[in-house]
Design a protein around this ligand. Structure first.
Ligand code: PBG
Length: 334
């Protein structure tokens, strides 16, 4: 046995304080969490998403009472997704930014109820377009990139006008960040609204429950040609670089757990950009059902996952578990 001093690691971690010193920048504070919320056009409903226990679709009359205690626990930011139950979907996603859109209607209310809450809005066509893809398609079902980017910029501006602090395009189309940025500039929102790009978004089976929640599954085909293949590392870096070149303010890797090497690569390449990871719906369901079936303790497993994300370089974790984590944080248990 080698008893040289540098070989003896136990002496460095035998109590809690010593262990904490080994974990710099992996702590979780309230500002490290963003909470995704589904807002429907059915104003008086609050319905649980069947594949996501404890996650709800809220009508605008049901959100305040739910959110109030979570804000009191220290919630700093939310990510809003619109869900259409009554309004129509069409080929140009008209209701993504019509005056009846539930996200556009709730932003000013949220600002009034919770003035310090930072509001991010997902920008995508898929919940509002008839075929469910994240793009406008030609008659031959080919992506019309130019028309899509123009439409995304319209939507981003409408959300900015309604009072959003952050617009977060999740579609992965080439050129959308530049288009959104220049439109925000020409409409006078550039210094008030940040663009958080879903810059490295992989094609993932872990989005399944979300598509159920948002009613946004494509009616034919899949998202292979605009979301990244899971094995790809180089093109993920290219996608991030492109978004930086086009002027985005913050970056994202999605999903989180299976892509922590991409998180590390992204943080190391662009340390000056806040980096978000999205612990997506399938990751939530996996942890929820694993714990429910006695495989592990939820808090312990979740803490291990979130710590891994922070260690890899994430500054903010978008998580459906935010309320639980905030509660545990308050009690000193996370
Ligand atoms: C919309 C969008 C999706 C998610 C966030 N924005 C679905 C998709 O790309 O198919 C997934 C989030 C989750 O699974 O929690 N483009």
């Amino acid at each position: 046995m080698d008893n040289s001093p540098e070989n003896i690691l136990h002496s460095r971690i035998f109590n809690d304080t010593l262990r904490k010193w080994q974990c710099s920048n992996t702590e979780i504070a309230t500002h490290n969490l963003m909470y995704p919320l589904f807002i429907t056009d059915n104003d008086d409903t609050k319905e649980e998403v069947s594949s996501l226990p404890n996650v709800y679709r809220f009508g605008i009359n049901r959100l305040k009472e739910f959110l109030e205690p979570i804000i009191q626990l220290g919630l700093k930011s939310v990510l809003l997704f619109g869900v259409l139950c009554k309004l129509k979907k069409d080929d140009s996603a008209t209701n993504a930014d019509s005056v009846e859109n539930p996200v556009i209607r709730i932003i000013p209310l949220l600002k009034k109820w919770f003035p310090d809450l930072t509001i991010a809005c997902d920008i995508c066509l898929c919940p509002y377009i008839s075929h469910g893809h994240c793009a406008i398609l030609t008659n031959e079902n080919i992506i019309d990139v130019k028309a899509t980017c123009t439409r995304l910029a319209d939507i981003a501006c409408s959300y900015a006008k309604a009072g959003a602090d952050i617009v977060a395009p999740s579609d992965m189309m080439d050129g959308r960040i530049r288009e959104i940025k220049s439109r925000l500039a020409s409409c006078g929102y550039i210094s008030r609204v940040n663009v958080l790009s879903y810059s490295a978004k992989f094609q993932s089976c872990f989005y399944g429950p979300f598509r159920d929640a948002a009613g946004s599954a494509p009616s034919f085909g899949d998202r292979r040609c605009y979301q990244l293949p899971p094995g790809s590392k180089g093109i993920a870096l290219s996608a991030v670089k492109r978004d930086v070149r086009e002027g985005c303010d913050m970056l994202m890797v999605k999903p989180a757990l299976a892509y922590l090497d991409i998180v590390k690569q992204t943080k190391e390449t662009f340390p000056e950009f806040p980096l978000f990871v999205y612990q997506v719906s399938g990751e939530y369901a996996m942890l929820y059902y694993g714990a429910k079936n006695g495989i592990f303790d939820l808090r312990t497993a979740l803490k291990e996952c979130i710590t891994g994300m922070r260690r890899a370089g994430a500054d903010c974790i978008i998580s459906y578990f935010s309320p639980e984590i905030l509660m545990w944080l308050k009690d000193g248990l996370f």
